[in-house]
Design a protein around this ligand. Structure first.
Ligand code: ZN
Length: 154
């Protein structure tokens, strides 16, 4: 990774890790899911509030974990708010692809936000961190699918 990118990566992760956005529960959430990453000890609950049109009206998380899992969850809540479930699932595919090199996502639909998510791709250098970075996204997907528990697959 280029030094510049590495610096940005660290800055963004540190900022979100220290000052997580939307770190709260949603009282009138339409669904929520629990996700854990036993390898690292990360534990998250993601709350989701969908409106009648299937648009994510509110999304938040609580829990504890390492800086990467918290930063990833924090960024996720900012990025998927106002999106449809389909758009959020496409973002999930993109994050999964960036962190693991598997699968494909339609990045043209993501626009500039795909770039912001790019900071997460730094975890590819640290395979044990992949689950940290993807945990919140797996948990969000579980909540969108109406499941209580995120699968532990990275
Ligand atoms: Zn972690």
């Amino acid at each position: 990774m280029m030094d510049e990118l590495r610096e940005l990566y660290q800055e963004v992760i540190l900022d979100h890790g220290k000052n997580p956005r939307n770190f709260r529960d949603v009282e009138d959430a339409t669904s929520h899911a629990h996700g854990s990453n036993p390898l690292c000890g990360d534990q998250l609950v993601v709350y989701l509030k969908l409106d009648d049109a299937g648009i994510i009206e509110d999304v938040s998380f609580v829990g504890k974990g390492c800086a990467i899992s918290v930063a990833s969850a924090s960024m996720m809540t900012e990025l998927v708010r106002g999106k449809t479930v389909d758009e959020a699932k496409n973002m999930f595919d993109h994050v999964h692809h960036m962190c693991t090199g598997e699968g494909e996502a339609n990045t043209t639909e993501l626009g500039p936000e795909a770039e912001r998510l790019g900071v997460l791709s730094g975890v590819r250098e640290f395979p044990v961190r992949v689950k940290c970075a993807t945990l919140a996204w797996h948990t969000l997907k579980a909540a969108m699918d109406g499941k209580d528990e995120a699968s532990s697959e990275a």
